[in-house]
Design a protein around this ligand. Structure first.
Ligand code: PAF
Length: 279
């Protein structure tokens, strides 16, 4: 397994693979890998000739008041994990490699970026799209793998790929959960035992929504109300949003239908967690 830090080295490596007509799977990450990331890596290794993983905590997707500095990092352990998974190349650039002095170019997917998580994190998707496009240009993957936990990210990146005529397929893989139902996230690291228990209100609210939909409830307001009650029963929880939206346009739906995304963002103390289901 090769570990490289510079854009040039990745480009050289990729050029060689292209010469050999190999296809490339790519998993962009911010490191501190958990079973959710590993499901993406395994799928890439299974389906592609070569797998590239990037580890980069992208500063442009964090607002000044957010957790960029304390975002959990453990490069050594990430490298060991990826080696065992049969990854071919890890790209670990520094901030200056991705955003050299004088950097000025950003990518935005208008409208889709302003809703849901974009409402409370206004520059988040601009940062995500910019770094992902840069990484796509460097790695030139055939397929790139993302977790469905970041459902809005997946919708936005698919739109970016389509609008900018990029030759990469975005593949979204199911959310990986702890036995308790808690969706895996690097930010779970911030939670103590009590807070982790409190965080189960997210998945409970989604299970409640799914049950209502599956037993024929058509009234969106009633489903939202029931989810709100579930989350508010947890004293440590503060709702950022609960939304039922069309799974492609991300616009709120008036009536329950068969292609909806039900998504929640909730603060447990000051840790913002997200979760969702597609119904
Ligand atoms: O989902 C993430 O971990 C990040 O948003 C990504 C796609 C690696 C871009 O920094």
């Amino acid at each position: 397994m090769k570990i490289v830090k510079s854009v040039c080295e990745v480009k050289e490596y990729v050029k060689e693979l292209r010469r050999k007509e190999k296809n490339i799977g790519f998993v962009p990450t911010m490191g501190y890998l958990h079973a959710g990331h590993l499901s993406l890596v395994r799928e890439s290794v299974r389906r592609c000739d070569y797998t590239v993983v990037s580890i980069f905590v992208n500063p442009t997707q964090f607002a000044p008041n957010e957790d960029f500095n304390k975002y959990p990092r453990n490069i050594q352990s990430d490298i060991e994990i990826l080696e065992k998974e049969g990854v071919d190349l890890i790209f670990i650039p520094g901030d200056g490699e991705m955003y050299p002095e004088g950097y000025q170019t950003y990518v935005e997917v208008k409208n889709l970026q302003d809703r849901l998580c974009g409402g409370s994190r206004p520059n988040f998707f601009k940062g995500v799209c910019t770094i992902v496009l840069k990484l796509f240009n460097i790695v030139t993957p055939d397929i790139s793998f993302f977790g469905q936990k970041d459902a809005q990210q997946v919708v936005i990146l698919k739109k970016m790929v389509c609008d900018l005529n990029l030759d990469v397929k975005i593949e979204a893989l199911p959310i990986i959960r702890e036995k308790s139902g808690l969706a895996l996230s690097s930010r779970n690291e911030y939670l103590d035992k009590k807070q982790k228990k409190a965080a189960l209100c997210l998945s409970r609210s989604l299970i409640r929504a799914r049950e209502m939909v599956e037993t024929g409830e058509k009234n969106v307001a009633l489903v939202l109300k029931s989810m709100k009650t579930e989350i508010e029963s947890e004293p440590l929880a503060r709702i950022d949003y609960i939304e039922i939206v069309d799974s492609e346009s991300l616009q709120p739906v008036n009536q329950i239908n068969d292609k909806m995304l039900i998504a929640v963002a909730v603060f447990i103390n000051n840790v913002r967690l997200i979760d969702n289901i597609i119904v």
